[in-house]
Design a protein around this ligand. Structure first.
Ligand SMILES: *Cc1c(COP(=O)(O)O)cnc(C)c1O
Length: 454
């Protein structure tokens, strides 16, 4: 399988290159040149375990990775989950939830990042290479990325976060990791400062090459690819087409559902839930993509005003017309807005809804009172969005984080300390380690230079 850049400015690459490069050098994002169909073998997929199904799907895309190696990588990655089903489907009366939080850091990003860390290690060792991952996080991504690569050969990881501005649990999930290849950089500044430093360092192509810098944010194709698996896995459990409701920030998770549909999975509709940072809800209602100011909400992993993966969706919407896509992206970069569709409608299969803080809290409470089921604020946004849709058939809500990761929002809703998880309770007793640095590009770069894996 070959991969093309959405911006059409580079030659197609193979899977390993798309994996290691992350973003294409023309600034675009990689997508496969075609989407293999699952329709013919659909019934035979029903009996597969999660890990076996993952091998079926991933081997269609990672065609240049040895199948036996892939099998081991996928088996080991999903063995870190604390549920034998990996992504169990919970049904309580009319509430259907796909639990994606059974991995090491209790958020859905583990599903892809546990695979990605192992894939990196395998591919790098095949080519006798090393990699130093640099990332910035406001919360979940950092800990899941660290959990994916801790102790892996030939990989260093440097994660910047705004000191004192992530939740206490989120910080401890990163800083209590002992392995020497993990560096938590507590930046004296905001998340925007961290992102600015990240961009500046990545834009220095000479340094990027010399330090063999790599990225793990959701623009990496391999993350999108792995996430397709749970949509197919869930759809196989039903005899009729399914609607999924997906709490959305960067459009990475829901994009995998769009691609599962392209592969023939019987998905009726997609409900996209946003919090007050509703750029996507506005976009899907009006065809106009317009940046707003980021607001802090109870669902911090969705406090995003520019959804990096939307570029892939727009490319598909434009039938692969890179010229038009580049026009749209440049227009947006220049004017902070761009229009895709004049008639105000983008895609009938995506039903996008904005859910505010009050409704999020009310949904946590209602879901607890009515079903005895506790959800985190991100998941609550998806459940609330699903309640507004008029789609027929089963609606499966994605649970993207364990409620214990966001205890204050959950306790605010149900009034006592029910949101707990044993793995989070022991974090306080562990030794924490972080490097405090000023919000200064040069200082961060010097620290990286001294500590990279060579
Ligand atoms: C990252 C994250 C999201 C948003 O996913 P995207 O792929 O960015 O749309 C939702 N919920 C949780 C808990 C997350 O960590």
């Amino acid at each position: 399988m070959q991969y093309v850049s959405t911006r059409g400015g580079v030659q197609p690459v193979n899977f390993e290159q798309a994996l290691l490069e992350g973003q294409a050098e023309d600034g675009g994002l990689f997508l496969p040149e075609r989407y293999p169909q699952l329709t013919d073998k659909w019934d035979s997929l029903k009996d597969l375990s999660f890990s076996e199904l993952a091998l079926e799907i991933v081997s269609l895309y990672a065609t240049d990775v040895d199948v036996d190696a892939l099998r081991t990588i996928l088996r080991d990655a999903f063995a870190t989950f604390d549920d034998a089903d990996v992504a169990p489907l919970v049904q309580i009366e009319d509430l259907h939830v796909l639990e994606l939080f059974h991995g090491p850091t209790l958020a859905f990003k583990d599903v892809a990042l546990q695979v990605l860390g192992r894939l990196f290690e395998h591919v790098l060792s095949q080519h006798n290479q090393v990699m130093n991952i640099l990332g910035a996080t406001s919360g979940d991504t950092g800990s899941a990325a660290i959990a994916g690569v801790r102790g892996r050969d030939g990989i260093g990881i440097f994660i910047m976060f705004p000191d004192g501005r992530t939740s206490r649990l989120q910080e401890l999930q990163m800083t209590t990791v002992r392995e020497k290849n993990v560096h938590c950089l507590a930046i004296d500044g905001s998340f925007d400062d961290c992102q600015r430093i990240l961009k500046a360092i990545f834009n220095d192509i000479e340094f990027k090459r010399r330090a063999r810098l790599g990225a793990v944010n959701s623009i990496n194709w391999a993350r999108i690819m792995v996430q397709i698996v749970y949509y197919v896995y869930a759809t196989l459990r039903y005899d009729e087409p399914v609607t999924f409701s997906v709490p959305t920030g960067n459009f990475g998770n829901i994009l995998s559902a769009v691609l599962a549909m392209r592969m023939g999975a019987p998905i009726r509709r997609l409900v996209l839930g946003t919090n007050e940072n509703d750029i996507l809800a506005r976009f899907f209602a009006s065809g106009k993509y317009q940046r707003g100011a980021v607001q802090q909400t109870l669902s911090p992993s969705m406090d995003i005003q520019v959804a990096s993966n939307l570029e892939r969706f727009i490319y598909l919407y434009l039938d692969g017309d890179s010229e038009q896509l580049v026009q749209f992206m440049h227009g947006f970069a220049e004017h902070n807005h761009a229009t895709l569709s004049q008639n105000g409608h983008v895609d009938a299969t995506i039903d996008a809804r904005r859910i505010d803080t009050d409704e999020t809290i009310a949904t946590i409470r209602k879901t607890w009172e009515r079903y005895g089921y506790l959800v985190d604020p991100h998941t609550a946004v998806g459940i609330a969005a699903a309640a507004h849709t008029d789609s027929e058939g089963p609606v499966v809500c994605l649970a993207t984080a364990h409620p214990a990761k966001f205890p204050s929002a959950v306790n605010q809703a149900i009034g006592n300390a029910r949101a707990q998880h044993p793995r989070l309770q022991v974090l306080d007793e562990k030794h924490a380690r972080k490097v405090k640095l000023p919000a200064d590009q040069q200082e961060v770069r010097s620290y990286i230079e001294l500590n990279i894996i060579k």
